[in-house]
Design a protein around this ligand. Structure first.
Ligand code: HEC
Ligand SMILES: [Cu+2]
Length: 352
């Protein structure tokens, strides 16, 4: 219907949202997902009605009163082919349509704005790379793909924003990602959708979608004065990581500069890509990932760094330049969502 008549589609969705049958559509993917759901509902309804009518009619037509002696019907190839091929076609349409949406939903665009979300009993904590922290709320701009990197600090949680048609598990010990592109400024609900203990039902919050200008203002107003990478740099120093990872030629650990995204050779002959998950593992379970050419001397930091600490260290490593310094200036232009992550300008600042 969305393709046949966009006007009628809007009317239908407005009506359903208004009657609380449907959450509002506030992300780019929402209406595509809804179109598929409505298609599947209509097909199912059609099947229900056709089968219902046939059952009712046949039970009258072929009742014992009218047909005291059972009559054997040998079957009809044409009929059987029809009732096989039509549903097969319908199911294949659902399959292909669903697969197209699935791949889009699970493939974040490369330039997405990354925000970390940590779930714990019983709250959601959001960490913006530019240093803003939020609890049970999430501020995002319209018109830009936003990727969330989710992890749990204790039990399984599940992060859901119905208005964006987004839901993904927050799992202890593993990063999961989910992405969306908000389209309509406003305030929407966010939920934990997996029972996670006593106050599970209180694990709720709000997503505030702002226009790009308002978002910039919000970033500037809620800055903590230190970006995640800067916080990571402090941690890196206080945990003495620099004793082994530094820019000296005789360093005992491998250089971490530009390691993010690189292909590393392990001592067991395998290779790994240094993504967020790998870096987290390398910090918490170093003995599992011995790098070719280095002695397995790195101690584990399990229990010494919180998930937020690990996130800061990862952001630091992502931004790391060859002289082990990161950009220290936290001007407003740095707060623009475009200027974070791997593509951040090379370090010029001096360590404070
Ligand atoms: C005692 C020396 C030492 C200390 C302290 C140390 N590391 Fe390491 N680190 C190593 C060695 C050696 C490796 C190579 C992996 C291996 O063989 O175990 C490594 C590997 C890594 C890797 C994987 C990257 C790669 O190229 O393989 C990361 C990330 C890392 N360390 C981060 C840290 C952080 C963050 C800290 C501080 C919290 C830290 N390290 C403290 C010695 C150390
Ligand atoms: Cu929960």
């Amino acid at each position: 219907m969305k393709f046949l008549s966009p006007v009628l589609w809007q009317f239908l969705v407005k009506w359903m949202t208004h009657s609380a049958l449907f959450p509002p559509e506030a992300s780019k993917m929402a209406s595509d997902m809804d179109a598929l759901i409505i298609f599947m509902t209509l097909v199912s309804l059609f099947g229900l009605v056709v089968v219902g009518i046939l059952v009712a009619t046949f039970s009258v037509l072929y009742s014992k009163k009218r047909h005291p002696v059972a009559e054997q019907i040998e079957g009809s190839t044409l009929l059987e082919a029809t009732w096989t091929i039509i549903p097969l076609g319908l199911f294949l349409v659902m399959f292909v349509w669903g697969a197209v949406i699935y791949f889009r939903a699970f493939t974040p665009p490369p330039n997405a704005l990354n925000i970390y979300v940590v779930g714990k009993q019983w709250m959601w904590k959001a960490e913006h790379p530019t240093g803003q922290h939020e609890i049970n709320s999430l501020h995002v701009p319209t018109g830009r793909a936003v990727q969330l990197t989710l992890i749990s600090q204790d039990v399984f949680h599940s992060f859901s924003i119905p208005a964006f048609r987004v839901k993904r598990e927050a799992i202890p010990g593993r990063y999961n990602t989910v992405w969306f592109e908000p389209t309509v400024p406003g305030t929407y609900h966010l939920f934990c959708t997996q029972y996670c203990g006593t106050a599970h039902s209180a694990m709720i919050g709000e997503v505030v979608v702002l226009t790009p200008d308002d978002y910039k203002k919000w970033l500037a107003e809620s800055t903590s004065g230190m970006s995640l990478a800067q916080n990571g740099e402090r941690l890196f120093a206080s945990l003495s990581c620099a004793a082994c990872h530094n820019d000296k030629p005789d360093a005992r650990g491998p250089s971490l500069a530009n390691v993010y995204g690189a292909k590393l050779n392990l001592a067991n002959g395998r290779t790994v890509i240094a993504d967020d998950a790998y870096l987290r593992e390398a910090i918490l379970n170093p003995s599992q990932h011995n790098i070719e050419g280095y002695a397995p001397i790195m101690p584990t930091y399990q229990g010494q760094v919180s998930e937020e600490g690990v996130i800061s260290l990862i952001e630091y490593i992502k931004n790391l330049d060859s002289n082990y310094r990161i950009n220290q200036t936290l001007t407003t232009s740095d707060l623009l969502p475009e200027s974070h992550g791997k593509t951040a300008p090379a370090a010029q600042g001096v360590k404070q």
